[in-house]
Design a protein around this ligand. Structure first.
Ligand code: C2O
Ligand code: CU
Length: 475
């Protein structure tokens, strides 16, 4: 059980952070709401202003030096945006950072011009300038947003936020929680470590942080005000960390993956939650129960992430407790017949490079299909030509081949895809799929939207150093 595992404060490497972390324990959600929930924003007409700017954030309790970060609307993470399925969302993005930026809406199926990728779908938003994003959220579910320029550094300094699209019918839960999981690499003063652009991080497992946060908070005790049915939406917004979450306590159902509903199924652990991925869980919690969550992402350094319990004294029980759990209403995404798969065009995508490979050099850490895009994030970073092209409404099989010794959560913009499992079944709809070292996976997808769409590894240091390209959907 968790008592045998270190908590997050025990694995902090720096003593000054340890001291603030050790007193940052406990507290009901209401106590920590503002910082921890990132200032939740609900807006009936779905019009938001989002300002990216340097700011300082009190990651620990008062008395400790605030951390200089880059923030959306002054908080870490940025505001949790909540909209309804079918809403037209309008976001005025104002860039007050010292460098160009953008916002990408991870997992949202939208028109190419709103996808937020500078150099590919829009010009960069320069310092002092703004850009208005307008899109309709067709799919209900758990999504998130972040810049798509110099991503390793911009996300690594704090620019992340959640985007929750509610269904038009009410979800049958008493509490709806979102946990944006992240980590930061902090120095001994609790400031962002300036080791951006490290070739070592690029060639190995990416920029792993040394402090893990839940909604920007170090609290490992989260309470809901009364017992009932809880939906917990987990988002991995870290640059590089793979979470493997063991769930101790009541039985927990997974109900959605990468935003899209799956048939409810009891799980004892979240096998893996890679950067960019989401999973939604539903469970019932009785007054005397708690759900304890441990992270075994690194089996040698497992730790206690947090528990969810009922605040004492509790004030009754929610109406959905113990009721029959129905699947969430499906999103209208492309469906595939297993019999049509063999007739589809198959497109290979080979990932190579990284430490321990012969293809790696300081000029070219990673390659996609043997091609090494330039380093950094200039206009030709994507390579001048698309990696592959698809006709509008064409379905294809993409064969992802990981020839490297490293994990890669591969993310495609503008589509959802299903993994082909064996010869006769399809995995859940996803937008980000993890490939283990040496692994190959085939996915099927249908091109529904015109334009140039990114395909990249969501370990942002891999993305920065070659695992990033694009595909073209043409009429
Ligand atoms: Cu989460 Cu290309 O992005
Ligand atoms: Cu990668």
């Amino acid at each position: 059980m968790s008592v045998l595992l270190p908590s997050r404060r025990d694995f902090l490497v720096f003593s000054s952070i340890c001291s603030f972390a050790s007193i940052c324990k406990g507290g009901a959600i209401s106590d920590i709401s503002k910082a921890a929930l990132g200032g939740q924003v609900t807006n009936t007409d779905s019009v938001f202003n989002i300002v990216a700017a340097p700011d300082s954030v009190q990651l620990g309790p008062q008395g400790h030096q605030p951390t200089a970060m880059w923030c959306f609307n002054g908080s870490y993470p940025g505001p949790s945006l909540r909209v309804r399925r079918g809403d037209e969302v309008q976001v005025k993005f104002i860039n007050l950072l010292p460098e160009p930026s953008s916002i990408h809406w991870h997992g949202i199926r939208l028109l190419n011009a709103m996808d937020g990728v500078p150099g590919l779908t829009q010009p960069p938003v320069d310092p002092g300038k703004s850009f208005v994003y307008k899109f309709v959220c067709k799919d209900a579910g758990t999504f998130w947003y972040h810049p798509h320029l110099n991503s390793s550094e911009q996300l690594g300094r704090g620019l992340i936020g959640s985007l929750i699209v509610e269904d038009d019918t009410e979800t049958e839960v008493d509490h709806d929680l979102t946990w944006l999981l992240s980590d930061l690499r902090l120095d001994q003063k609790g400031q962002i470590h300036e080791s951006f652009g490290s070739i070592h991080d690029q060639a190995h497992a990416g920029r792993l942080g040394n402090v893990v946060f839940i909604n920007g908070s170090l609290s490992d005790s989260w309470s809901v005000p009364y017992g009932g049915r809880i939906r917990l939406r987990l988002i991995n917004g870290s640059n590089a960390r793979l979470f493997r979450l063991r769930l101790n306590g009541p039985s927990v159902n997974q109900v959605a993956i990468d935003g899209h509903p799956v048939p409810p199924r009891v799980i004892r652990e979240v096998d893996v939650l890679a950067p960019g991925q989401r999973i939604d869980l539903i469970f019932d919690l009785h007054t005397s129960e708690e759900l304890e969550i441990e992270d075994h992402g690194n089996p040698d350094r497992a730790y206690f992430l947090a528990k969810i319990d009922i605040a004492k004294p509790s004030i009754g029980r929610g109406q959905w407790y113990g009721r029959n759990l129905k699947p969430l209403p499906a999103n209208d995404i492309p469906q595939f017949q297993i019999t049509e798969i063999p007739r589809l065009r198959e497109i290979p995508l080979v990932l190579s490079g990284g430490a321990m490979s012969r293809q790696m050099s300081p000029q070219s850490v990673w390659q996609m299909n043997g091609r090494a895009p330039t380093m950094g994030h200039g206009p030709d970073h994507f390579g001048r030509e698309p990696l592959f092209s698809i006709s509008l409404n064409e379905s294809v099989v993409l064969k992802l081949i990981n020839q490297s010794a490293w994990f890669h959560p591969m993310h495609l913009h503008g589509v959802v895809f299903h993994e082909l499992l064996g010869s006769d079944s399809l995995g859940p709809a996803r937008d980000t799929l993890l490939l283990a070292p040496g692994q190959q996976k085939r996915v099927v997808l249908k091109a529904e939207f015109l334009g140039d769409w990114m395909v990249h590894c969501h370990i942002l240091e891999h993305q920065h150093s070659g695992l990033m390209g694009y595909f073209r959907v043409s009429a």
